[in-house]
Design a protein. Structure first.
Lengths: 278, 609
């Protein structure tokens, strides 16, 4: 009796907790609200299964508790029931999978009008790079990284000259414009994660990974590293600010290009090299 | 080999001679023995009896106690971590020690506790007994397997004492960070961890070959594969998985050791480490992740399948009812085992691998939910119209059903690639895998210990202490992990030393952290009660009758209980049926042991198995 009742109460308690829990996801700030929808769909289907099975167990424990003079039913198999249950499960699983795959297809297909931002991760912090007027991010190589060239842009690549380098933890992005984050790390794995954006992707040294989103509301959001990257992992936080066009332009105007950055540094040899070769 | 062949023939001809004497009625006929009776090693000194034992039962106990001892360290580490998370103001831990504890806790629990306990512990104890063999096929190798495990554990523990301490790379040991300067233990602890894993795999291979060959070759006469208890099916399939999966871990460990010690670049691309350019070039960190999870996902089932098998038997025995859909259960175990090799990259949806893989791995992962669901249905249908005894093993089995169901269903969130994106690397994942491969299998382990304890010691464990232990463990761990999922929804990332000043996290989330930590401390402390019960009952426990649960499987049918060396006295048992003939209509008792000949139960309407 107590056992059956406990299983019953655990089930009821879980449902109650689910609906009254103060802990729920943050208000979404990107186009990936449909990820939330897939979670909700999954909740309904799996929740129904959870409740049904727990109630069934509680009922069995209550109804068929041991009596000395009673015998259990002897029925090793029931082909029909087993195949029905199998098919019902398969259908339920397909109902979960199909919408998931549709959304995933959107997630990995970057819209053509998305503008690019490079997110640059290191132990333990963030930097950002915008493509500048030519809309092309210059090529990079770990070998080129130095105090004067912290992003490791390849000096010989002319596309890098007008890249805007944001050497701080804060990034601004435009509201309602799709943005493709090109993710680069110079050391270990990291992951550029803003809870309100929902998106995530690891950054892997040696390759450039990506994901995209469209910010849907103006705001100031925290960036977290979501892939363990060493002792400073928990402190690797930045900020993303979603702006309307006007504010964004103001911010963008304050950023300096790679060319200017090199000019500013006292050793101008690198710049001379670039100019000569052209 | 040819020698063995000869023996085999001889044995067969023996049987023919035996059968012609017609001492038993026809309905009791069992197939001929295919191998001669095993010759056993008999110990003759204290050392060979109690230390370097070659008796599988004894090795099983050695494995189990070593695993539990190591697991206790893992438990204490979890306390230390949880105190830090709940009370960051105390300044209790340094970030580096926090990460070291996280790493050691994870690796200890998954490999050195669960894998070793299920396969090394229960495998050794139960395979020969349940199959009706005298011992494992290769007792000497079996002993070596255990001692390799001991050395692996010692090397692992040694890493606490090297400069820099144990590795803090997370139990997944992802390079490059595992072997570069930003991670604690990057040049000492990690090497010992890798060596320890290599030793573990070597030791496990010796044991694993034994389990597989014993199941395939040494079953008693009449014990067909489809008459084996599901416990054996689970352990057997898990061992086969381990044989295929551990090599991937082994090469991963070897390659990383070379990267670290010799400067090779298997997993190391050109990179900068804390301002310093390294000499590595051209390696792929994702390659390691593929190797790791090609091992790591089957590993989940290496732990889960023995638990599935054992819980099936516990449910059947303690509800006095045939396991429902035995054949489906067997095929589900085998199917899950096979499928488990095609789902590994669902741990890597956002790892930076080609995102198009997501479609494939999400599909395979959700397919594996079908046989898993079948198992759950069959467990609960076993209860249906049963005669349910709420003994300790049954209580823990019911706890398993609830926690496994919960953890399995949240797996459908994480396996479905899109749903995984916002949840991956958050506390949702931590809650999911603890529920499904931490709590659920451990509840089965407890159930199994309470169930088979009389077989080992001849005494029963204390029922009252056991019940207190059950309720605290079951309700407590549910209270720990159920709310934790919701921290994951908020977006609290895992592997964070502290999270307290994040603007998007409500302070109540931190309050929840305190609640969880208190529950962790209580549940952990309740395990002391279990340990007391475990050791004290060996002396003080009520004497157990033979076959106290009235079970059918062979381990309870030995001439002596606890079984002695060689298990079966003079003659090996003969098997006439499966182990699930409970409550057969027309039978006198509500159980018919596997070795009871049909001529003794005339009138019982058993189905042919």
């Amino acid at each position: 009796m107590i056992v059956a009742l406990s299983i019953f109460l655990i089930t009821i308690g879980s449902i109650a907790f689910h609906f009254w829990s103060p802990w729920w996801w943050t208000e979404v700030a990107s186009n990936w609200g449909n990820m939330d929808d897939t979670i909700l769909l999954t909740f309904w289907i799996t929740g129904a299964v959870f409740v049904a099975i727990c109630f069934f167990v509680a009922y069995c424990v209550w109804k068929y508790s041991y009596k000395k003079d009673r015998r259990a039913e002897y029925k090793p198999e029931d082909k029909k029931l087993e195949s029905r249950l199998t098919w019902a499960t398969a259908i339920g699983v397909a109902a979960l999978l199909a919408p998931g795959l549709v959304v995933w297809n959107q997630y990995v297909t970057v819209p053509e009008n998305a503008y690019k931002v490079e997110v640059f991760a290191y132990q333990w912090g963030w930097k950002y790079r915008l493509p500048g007027e030519d809309n092309i991010l210059g090529k990079t190589d770990i070998k080129y990284i130095s105090d004067e060239n912290p992003f490791g842009l390849i000096l010989e690549d002319p596309n890098g000259k007008d890249d805007l380098l944001v050497d701080e933890q804060e990034l601004h992005v435009l509201k309602d414009r799709p943005v493709k984050f090109e993710l680069r790390t110079i050391d270990v794995l990291h992951n550029f994660y803003v809870p309100q954006f929902r998106g995530k992707m690891d950054m892997v040294p040696g390759i450039v990974t990506y994901y995209w989103l469209t910010p849907t509301r103006v705001g100031d959001f925290e960036v977290l590293c979501a892939e363990y990257c060493g002792t400073g992992h928990y402190a690797m936080r930045g900020r993303v600010i979603v702006d309307e066009e006007k504010d964004y332009k103001k911010w963008e105007a304050k950023q300096i290009t790679f060319e200017k950055m090199l000019a500013k540094s006292k050793k101008n040899d690198n710049l001379q090299l670039v100019k000569k070769e052209k | 080999m040819s020698d063995e062949q000869d023996h085999k023939l001889e044995a067969k001809s023996d049987y023919v001679a035996d059968a012609s004497s017609v001492s038993t009625p026809d309905i009791d006929a069992v197939p001929a023995a295919e191998l001669p009776d095993q010759e056993l090693y008999h110990s003759h000194s204290w050392w060979t009896t109690y230390v370097f034992s070659q008796d599988a039962k004894y090795i099983g106990i050695q494995y189990a106690l070593t695993a539990i001892g190591t697991g206790l360290l893992g438990l204490v580490l979890s306390w230390l971590m949880r105190i830090q998370l709940a009370f960051p103001g105390l300044g209790w831990l340094e970030p580096s020690s926090y990460y070291q504890f996280v790493t050691m806790h994870g690796m200890i629990m998954v490999v050195y506790l669960l894998t070793a306990l299920f396969l090394g512990g229960f495998g050794n104890l139960l395979i020969p007994l349940m199959c009706g063999a005298r011992d494992m096929a290769f007792p000497y190798v079996n002993m070596l397997s255990y001692w390799a495990f001991v050395v692996a554990v010692l090397v692992l523990l040694a890493s606490f004492f090297v400069p820099g301490g144990p590795t803090g790379a997370g139990w997944t040991l992802y390079p490059p960070q595992a072997i570069t300067a930003g991670t604690p233990g990057y040049n000492g602890g990690i090497i010992l961890m890798l060596i320890s894993l290599i030793l573990f795999v070597a030791g496990f291979t010796m044991g694993g070959l034994n389990y597989i060959i014993t199941v395939l070759q040494l079953r008693a006469r009449g014990m067909t594969l489809m008459r084996m208890p599901l416990t054996i099916w689970g352990i057997f399939t898990a061992t086969v998985l381990a044989m295929f999966a551990f090599p991937a871990l082994l090469v991963g460990c070897l390659m990383m050791t070379l990267d670290s010690l010799l400067g090779t670049s298997f997993f190391m691309p050109a990179m900068v480490s804390l301002g310093e350019k390294l000499t590595h070039e051209g390696g792929s960190p994702i390659l390691f992740q593929h190797l790791f999870w090609f091992f790591g996902h089957p590993e989940v089932y290496i732990v889960a399948l023995p638990a599935f098998g054992i819980v099936s038997d516990l449910l059947s025995v303690h509800s006095r009812k045939t396991i429902f859909g035995y054949r489906m259960m067997v095929w589900a175990i085998v199917g899950i085992g096979a499928l488990s090799f095609f789902v590994w990259a669902h741990h890597m949806y956002v790892s930076g691998m080609n995102p198009w893989f997501g479609f494939f791995f999400a599909t395979t992962t959700l397919i594996i939910a079908v046989p898993t669901a079948i198992k759950v249905y069959n467990w609960i249908l076993t209860l249906w119209r049963g005669n349910i005894q709420l003994s300790l093993p049954m209580l823990f089995s019911l706890g398993f059903i609830v926690t496994f169901l919960n953890g399995g269903l949240t797996g459908l969130f994480l396996g479905n690639v899109t749903v995984d994106v916002p949840l991956s690397d958050t506390y949702f994942v931590v809650a999911h895998f603890h529920m499904v491969m931490g709590i659920a299998p451990i509840l089965v382990i407890f159930g199994a210990i309470y169930h088979w304890y009389p077989l080992i010691t001849g005494r029963m464990m204390d029922e009252t202490l056991g019940k207190i232990h059950f309720w605290i463990t079951f309700l407590g761990s549910y209270a720990i992990y159920f709310p934790m999922h919701y921290q994951g929804f908020v977006g609290v990332p895992r592997r964070y030393f502290e999270i307290y000043d994040s603007p998007y996290i409500d302070t109540s989330t931190l309050l929840l952290n305190k609640f969880i930590t208190i529950a962790v401390l209580i549940v952990g402390a309740a395990q002391l009660l279990f340990l007391y019960n475990l050791f004290a009952s060996a002396r003080l426990g009520k004497k157990s009758e033979k076959n106290p649960w009235k079970a059918n499987s062979l381990e309870w049918q030995t001439p002596q209980m606890p079984p002695e060396h060689g298990n079966w006295g003079k003659e090996l048992p003969k098997v006439y049926r499966w182990p699930y003939d409970f409550s057969v209509p027309g039978a006198k008792e509500d159980y018919i042991p596997q070795n009871q000949p049909p001529s003794e139960i005339i009138g019982a309407k058993v189905e042919k198995t």
